[in-house]
Design a binder for this molecule. Structure first.
Ligand code: SF4
Length: 218
């Protein structure tokens, strides 16, 4: 991207940031957690599952399993049963257990605070690592790109890519670092409430006058 295009892209992003901040001033992670470990487990559970359902399941789960060691030493069949209603429970239980075993063996049961280490843990991809670092430690390691952020980024002309890593790279270059964490929470809220996958409500959208509506049928 040349210098002029880069300045224009940042200006466009700044307008979007301003509107979203006004519309969602209290946006934050909607997964409930009381520790980095709880957020790590909740984030694994949230794949293909609503945050509300994860929060429902997590309430009892975190009463039963209070440490990485508890998850590491649990009977896999019990853990599967405990998280069954979040879907894909066999895979999720396996990932939670393997991840917690590694936390116990290599990190004294604690969740590491850097992206490079986190993404090497079983079941933890870049998106999950960004969620954990941003919400549990307040560290801006990147921009969380989930399905809402990806869809809105394309419609809003912030990225033309489909690959989350490339979308994240575009967003990181257009936003200031202090905006990285909250921006994705605001985009997720806007994606759920207004710019939904099937029927974006452009008529009542706070971004209507700055959005090029790329790929949206009129
Ligand atoms: S104007 Fe339409 S496409 Fe653009 S962000 Fe709003 S709802 Fe989505």
């Amino acid at each position: 991207m040349n210098k002029d295009a880069n300045v224009a892209a940042k200006r466009h992003a700044a307008k979007i940031v301003q509107r979203l901040e006004r519309a969602y001033p209290r946006a934050r992670c909607s997964l409930g957690f009381a520790s980095p470990l709880e957020l790590l487990v909740a984030t694994i559970l949230s794949a293909q599952c609503t945050d509300q359902q994860v929060n429902r399941v997590a309430k009892d789960l975190f009463r039963k399993y209070r440490s990485a060691a508890d998850f590491a030493h649990a009977k896999l069949a019990d853990l599967e049963k405990d998280i069954q209603s979040t879907g894909f429970f066999r895979n999720k239980a396996k990932n939670i257990q393997q991840c917690c075993r590694q936390l116990v063996e290599s990190f004294n049961g604690q969740v590491p605070r850097d992206l490079e280490t986190l993404v090497k843990l079983p079941g933890i991809g870049r998106k999950t690592a960004n969620v954990i670092l941003g919400a549990a430690f307040g560290t801006a390691s990147g921009v969380v790109v989930d399905t809402h952020v990806a869809r809105l980024s394309r419609r809003l002309g912030l990225s033309r890519h489909k690959d989350p890593v490339k979308i994240e790279r575009d967003l990181m270059s257009q936003l200031s670092k202090k905006q990285w964490i909250v921006f994705s929470h605001q985009m997720i809220l806007h994606g759920r409430s207004t710019c939904t996958a099937r029927k974006p409500n452009c008529d009542e959208c706070v971004l209507a006058d700055v959005c090029p509506r790329i790929g949206v049928e009129s």
